[in-house]
Design a protein around this ligand. Sequence first.
Ligand code: SF4
Length: 399
Amino acid sequence: QCVNACPVGALQETSELDRVEAALDDPDKHVLVAIAPSIRTSFGELEGEEFGVDTMKKVYAGLRAAGFDRIYDINFGADMTIMEEATELKDRLLNGGVLPMFTSCCPGWVRLLHNYHPECLDHFSSAKSPQQMFGAASKSYYPAQAGIDPSTVYTVTVMPCLAKKMEAHIPSMEVDGQRDIDAVITTRELAKLFKARKVKWRKLEEEEPDQPMSEFTGDGTGFGFSGGVMQAALRTAKHMVDGGDLDIQAIEWQDSGIPGVREFTAELGDLKARIGVVNGAVHAFDLFESGQLNDFAFVEVMACEGGCINGGGQPHVNAHTRVTTDFVAKRRSVLKNEQKESGFSKSYENKTLQVYYNDYIGEPASHKAHKYLHYDFQTNYDNNEGWRSEAGKEFSEAH
Ligand code: SF4
């Protein structure tokens, strides 16, 4: 099912709502849902709330009222991504590996690199995104804990992003024949789902999510805004390298001189690493054209300006409001407050995640971690997995 994404129908969004509703109505399916960090910042706008209202616990309640069997939070998957990504960064820095390492959790950025710089795919962290890591755990760890058949589990995510649908449907995003993710709906589609399932927003009381796989840290929450992934990964990498803590509030970001790219120098043991954060896909091209790419050790790219709080699946904001209100800052403030309330907790402190590693996966970057939580960009590019657009294929053939 497709819906127009622009007034003249030049772009269309693929809706997966029909499949989600069919799964909810299927008594043989055990339907899990997990929300991305930035959904809580924006969903209220679709229900008449002001910008910057934290609706996390009401969204959990609404999902339960809509009929999902288990309500989870992708922030748990974000903490998983940090554990794997930080381990990989430490290894590349200490033992030699391709640098700069690129974050790979934003499928808009992943597609951009596939289309325009496929020679740089080995720069990507092989850590799957929080969505895909959560999905892999939902089809392996969760059924093992719950004592149910993994093939009955149907995993839905609520994302701020249209590209997350593409990522979820990449053919090899599965383990032992189980898809990591079965369906992805956007923030806007969630409002439609609530309407279709007769969920009355005003009558909802705040509720907690289910456990396990909903405990999360302030670092996990940071995945929703530009720079948040970088801070979290570096903090955990520093802890792994020298046992120290990176005070993310004290980071003094500098203008790198490259449009849209902030930087700072991180100290990890004896190493000094130049760190870059690219805010918006267009600035990835600026970074490539700057001639400075190889001076960096680690680069975060978020395709949407401001990060997922301003993603393509978020509530539309009209032109007048865009000029008069800094709605991105208001959405960001929700996540910043949540980080503060958590005491700026760190991914490696997530107790439920520690249990997951101890009882199921072993160590980060273990053989089992690679089976469930990593993705081989180069091999799958060679297999033409679907990251490239038709225009990208034409571009790479012409260059
Ligand atoms: Fe999706 Fe935009 Fe977030 Fe990237 S930054 S994951 S494209 S919403």
